[in-house]
Design a protein around this ligand. Structure first.
Ligand code: AKG
Ligand code: FE2
Length: 327
């Protein structure tokens, strides 16, 4: 079948410098943290999206995680539904079937299915609790936990770099991230052929509403990012990299100096696409408020402080029908 994509869904192949590739080696080995941090700061100011390489996560572990993710999505709907997110109450973990979560619900039905996991804990607040695992895939838990630990280490290093880039102490955000809300999401986008309109694409346009997102995407492509000129540009896969973007919380912390950039996914073609975004936020009760280096008498704070957990939970209430009684 021929695929026809509506005009407003086209994207431009970017110049390389539009979504830069940042080498993390000298951040991770401590040899030149500040230079990498400044680089990251420039990107956060001008693009909001970057590729990172030499990130320290073993490729063999990433590959194994993809295999298990694909095996999970290949299970029957009945088997996947044993992990339905609605069964997890406020811990917000488990399987989200196609069209069950839409990030831009008035415009787009999201053609994707997800599995959301985090870290096992006995916390009582929303987002904290234990993971449901697919019992058909006994290896899943072990591989997942190793992968999650790596994402957490990488996340903390990137957060340190963001602090340094803002001329704050390297540990500035650590006090707000003792036991942060995190979500490791697994995504499956079925291919789309025929006439594609904004009414149904992989993920509708949105900004991420947390602090930091570290995304692994497979080799299929389909992620689009809106640049500062308002054009949609492709963020094609690059071997050995993750894509990092900052979310709404960083935009608040920096008084809009760093931008939380709009993006969307369209999997036009004939192959299934898989991706694995890791969302790193703050402690449930951490207060999100403009940092001292991003406000002054001439440039006062544009935001009233709010807590990370309440903000995030309210966004989830809007997205998940099983939470509608929490409004
Ligand atoms: O799958 C992707 O490439 C991006 C997914 C995304 O934007 C999200 O889950 O917030
Ligand atoms: Fe996103």
């Amino acid at each position: 079948m021929t695929t026809v994509i509506e005009n407003n869904l086209h994207s431009i192949t970017p110049l390389f410098e539009e979504i830069p590739v940042i080498d993390l080696s000298s951040l991770l080995d401590g040899s030149n943290e500040y230079a990498v941090a400044k680089n990251i700061g420039d990107v956060c100011e001008n693009v909001g999206f970057m590729y990172i390489k030499n990130h320290g996560v073993p490729q063999s572990l990433i590959d194994r995680m993809y295999q298990l993710s694909q095996m999970f999505f290949a299970l029957s709907l009945e088997q996947k539904s044993e992990l339905d997110i609605a069964l997890s109450g406020k811990t917000l973990r488990g399987y989200i079937k196609t069209y069950a979560e839409n990030v831009n619900p008035t415009v787009t039905n999201d053609l994707k299915e997800c599995l959301d996991l985090a870290k096992d804990s006995n916390g009582k607040q929303p987002f904290f609790g234990t993971n449901p695992y697919p019992k058909m895939l006994p290896e899943f838990k072990e591989v997942y936990e190793a992968y999650y630990d790596h994402m957490m280490v990488l996340g903390r290093n990137l957060v340190k770099a963001i602090a340094l880039s803002l001329d704050l102490p390297a540990d500035y955000f650590e006090a707000l991230q003792k036991d942060p809300i995190t979500i490791q999401r697994f995504l499956h986008y079925p291919p789309q052929t025929g006439m594609i309109s904004e009414k149904e694409i992989g993920v509708g346009e949105h900004t991420d509403y947390g602090f930091l997102t570290i995304l692994s995407q497979d080799s299929i492509g389909g992620l689009q990012v809106r640049n500062r000129a308002g054009e949609w540009i492709s963020a094609p896969p690059i071997d050995g990299t993750f894509i990092v973007n900052i979310g709404d919380l960083v935009q608040t912390f920096t008084n809009d100096k760093y931008i939380s950039t709009m993006h969307r996914v369209i999997n036009a073609g004939d192959k299934d696409r898989y991706s694995m975004p890791f969302f790193m936020d703050l402690d449930f009760d951490a207060v999100v408020d403009v940092v001292p280096t991003c406000q002054s008498d001439d440039h006062p704070s544009k935001y009233s402080p709010y807590t990370c957990g309440e903000h995030k939970f309210s966004r989830f209430i809007d997205s998940f029908p099983h939470l509608s009684n929490q409004r």
